[in-house]
Design a protein around this ligand. Structure first.
Ligand code: NAD
Length: 484
């Protein structure tokens, strides 16, 4: 749908530009655009936020009425639907939502997900509300989006972000289904749903798993490791993770399980460190039991958690919030690689300081794209109305078994039942989702790598990712015939 067709949507190609996160995203865009041969008008269109909807609605809270402020931004309509999470936090404002929506546009293009970028947010601290109140707020927000045509499988598809998860997505899907009864693809109006309500297996861990694939590919790249004066492989790498939520926990878990040593974990109420390594699965059990990572056995607890960002390590994964590495602490960062799990954790003022120190910054728009990649798979599942693997799993197992039988007959050797089952097993939904995610992250790493190593004007990986992304979006606009 064209931006102008949105009822009540304000056209916002104007950026007030006071928000450091929005300024950073635009500064990164401008840096890449300045070395590209693309007409200025087309660059202006790619950079502009196409529609923003600001809403205020009343919700019954603790016996009274509270007026809730919320936003939904659709940054780019060059591909539809637009796609991006919904955040519940007190920091939410129009510029933050616009910055996050813009990042989604660039992110989708980098990993070849055929969506424009979007983002939503409600300015609340979810910890201050009961589950019932959060449900009322979420359902009312969904109704507002439906009224203005800011949600739907072919229009705009939200997902979880900071402060939201499968529970909120289930409320959104249910509200949409109840109100838009003639939409056969109603379940595709939102992703990140519980598996029992149209979600896809593998979505919860997808962003952390995607980050792991991206980092693994980087540390196994001999050319990159030579440039950074590091050895290849994960086994000698020390990792610090900031934020032990969805992204941070799964990133730490997969890196730990692949042999890296997680030496520090930072949360809002303190950090824990152990140079010998932290068992991430045991830490998660401790957090579930106590509500905090602090006090975990065998680790030193540090009250000023963010000081641990400055500790010695090979790979730093900021996976909490934006603007965590800024001009005040950038010079003290000792990591060799920063993999941006969160969106915008490094300000544009801090980045040159890090680059000057020879630190490799693996940008958010690539590194944390796993969530939107698997959201894309969930949307495809909802539109096709069939579980991945349902049609071919048994057929594949039969074919594999016939190959095993033939090999046994020709060699005269027999396999055990367990060996036969391992070889013959057909792919189920989670196998296919994880395999699609792995392939996407590896492919995107090499596409960005070709620009990073091959274009002499490109000095850092974020600019390489932006060049890749802007090129794809520009091609898409030109194929629409809007630009000559
Ligand atoms: P989450 O709410 O699950 O986890 C965030 C964690 O950070 C929480 O454990 C919180 O306690 C912790 N935290 C908050 N303030 C902190 C501070 N000052 N220092 C250290 N830790 C702090 O959220 P999430 O989904 O993991 O999202 C984290 C970041 O990743 C956000 O920037 C989000 O936009 C981005 N992201 C998320 C996804 C996804 O699929 N969830 C995808 C892409 C990007």
């Amino acid at each position: 749908m064209a931006a102008s067709a949105k009822k009540g949507a304000s056209q916002s190609s104007h950026f007030p530009g006071h928000n450091p996160f929005l300024e950073s995203v635009n500064a990164y865009f401008d840096k890449a655009a300045s070395i590209m041969d693309i007409p200025q008008g087309l660059l202006d269109q790619i950079r502009a936020c196409n529609s923003v909807y600001y809403m205020q609605f009343p919700v019954r809270i603790k016996g009274g009425i509270q007026v809730i402020q919320a936003w939904r931004a659709e940054h780019s309509h060059h591909k539809l639907p637009t796609k991006g999470g919904i955040r519940y936090a007190m920091t939410v404002d129009q510029e933050e939502v616009q910055a996050l929506a813009a990042l989604m546009t660039y992110k989708c293009a980098v990993v070849d997900v055929p969506f424009g970028g979007g983002k939503g947010g409600i300015r609340i601290d979810p910890k201050q509300y009961t589950e019932e109140e959060l449900e009322r707020i979420t359902r009312r927000y969904t109704v507002e989006l439906i009224k203005k045509n800011f949600i739907g499988a072919s229009v705009d598809v939200p997902a979880p972000d900071y402060g939201t998860g499968p529970r909120e997505m289930a409320w959104i899907a249910d509200t949409y289904q109840a109100m838009v009864q003639d939409d056969i693809n109603a379940l595709g109006c939102v992703t990140g749903k519980p598996v029992g309500q149209g979600g896809v297996r593998g979505r919860t861990a997808a962003t952390g798993r995607g980050l792991f694939f991206a980092v693994r590919e980087a540390v196994n790249d001999p050319k990159l490791m030579k440039k950074l004066k590091m050895s290849t492989g994960l086994s000698d790498k020390r990792v610090i993770v900031q934020g032990f939520g969805n992204v941070g926990y799964y990133a730490a878990k997969f890196l730990h399980e692949a042999g890296a040593t997680v030496v520090g974990v930072i949360e809002w109420d303190g950090a824990i460190v152990n140079p010998k390594g932290i068992d991430i699965n045991a830490l998660q059990a401790h957090r579930m039991a106590t509500g905090s990572i602090t006090g975990f056995a065998g680790c030193k607890t540090i009250k000023d958690g963010n000081s641990v960002l400055e500790h010695e390590c090979d790979i730093l994964v900021p996976a909490a919030l934006e603007s965590q590495i800024h001009k005040g602490n950038a010079a003290k960062i000792k990591a060799k690689i920063i993999a941006e799990g969160a969106n915008g954790p490094i300000t544009s003022e801090a980045e040159p300081i890090l680059l000057k120190k020879g630190i490799l910054v693996m940008p958010d728009m690539f590194v944390n794209a796993g969530g939107v990649v698997v959201s894309y798979f969930e949307w495809l599942k909802n539109l096709s109305h069939v579980r991945f693997g349902r049609m071919d799993k048994r057929f594949e197992e039969g074919s594999n078994m016939r190959i095993v039988d033939t090999v046994e007959r020709l060699t005269g050797k027999s396999l055990t039942l367990a060996e036969r089952q391992v070889i013959a097993r057909g792919a189920d939904e989670e196998d296919l989702v994880n395999s699609g995610l792995e392939d996407t992250m590896i492919d995107s790493y090499h596409t960005i790598g070709e620009i990073y190593f091959g274009n002499p004007k490109v000095k850092d990986m974020r600019t390489a990712a932006f060049v890749s992304s802007i090129n794809k979006i520009a091609t898409s606009y030109m194929s629409l015939g809007i630009f000559p």
